[in-house]
Design a protein around this ligand. Structure first.
Ligand SMILES: [Zn+2]
Length: 79
């Protein structure tokens, strides 16, 4: 469990939210309902450094439009 500081860039509300590391990041502001709620990087002892830690929960991952096996963009085409 970790405490994250969230802030809405529309109405400016700030809240501390207790989440698991695996929980999805919140985006909807509980005060104004806009999708401008975002996690702040605070100095609460949570630092990203070193190797081996990646955040890969991008929501809008582009769909693969590759149709050729010679495409260099496809990781699976390298074998
Ligand atoms: Zn808001």
């Amino acid at each position: 469990m970790a405490i994250y500081e969230y802030r809405c860039s529309s109405c400016g509300v700030q809240n501390d939210v207790i989440q698991k590391m695996s929980d999805a990041e919140l985006t909807t502001c509980p005060a104004c309902g806009k999708e401008t709620y975002s996690k702040q990087i605070s100095a609460a002892g949570f630092q990203l450094k070193g190797n081996g830690y990646y955040v890969t929960d991008f929501k809008n991952k582009p769909a693969s439009s590759c149709e050729t096996s010679a495409c260099n963009s496809c990781p699976s085409a390298n074998g």
